[in-house]
Design a protein around this ligand. Structure first.
Ligand code: HEC
Length: 97
């Protein structure tokens, strides 16, 4: 119980600093409706995050390239989020190893 409170406080501190934790990113992905077309495990309209994580595992430029695609709406639908939010979401999407 005490631990839970401490974790909430820590999460609040992170949020107020503007830093996105992995958990925040997962929540963001849900709130930005990315899961309408994506799933962690299964292919839907878009590729699964597991598939993307494997595909880009050795591609160190993948995050910045995909962030640009989502930001400018190049082929992919444009993400209605700030640059930092998009980066956090893409990093999270590619982290399912
Ligand atoms: C309308 C459906 C749809 C929505 C909503 C959507 N995506 Fe996608 N996404 C796709 C499709 C289809 C692809 C595969 C084609 C492509 O790469 O553009 C894709 C590809 C991707 C890729 C891989 C891109 C690449 O270059 O390989 C990532 C990462 C991704 N989406 C993340 C997101 C995130 C984060 C969100 C929420 C902001 C999101 N998607 C919302 C349909 C969607």
């Amino acid at each position: 119980m005490k631990l839970k409170v401490m974790m909430l406080v820590a999460a609040g501190a992170l949020l107020s600093m503007g830093a996105a934790s992995a958990q925040d990113a997962a929540a963001l992905i849900k709130s930005k409706n990315c899961m309408n077309c994506h799933d962690v495990e299964a292919k839907k309209m878009g590729p699964s995050y597991k598939e993307l994580s494997a595909k880009y595992a050795n591609d160190k430029d993948a995050v910045s390239r995909i962030v640009k695609r989502l930001k400018d709406g190049q082929g992919h639908m444009k993400a209605a989020a700030t640059d930092d939010e998009i980066k956090a979401m893409v990093e999270s999407a590619l982290s399912h190893k």
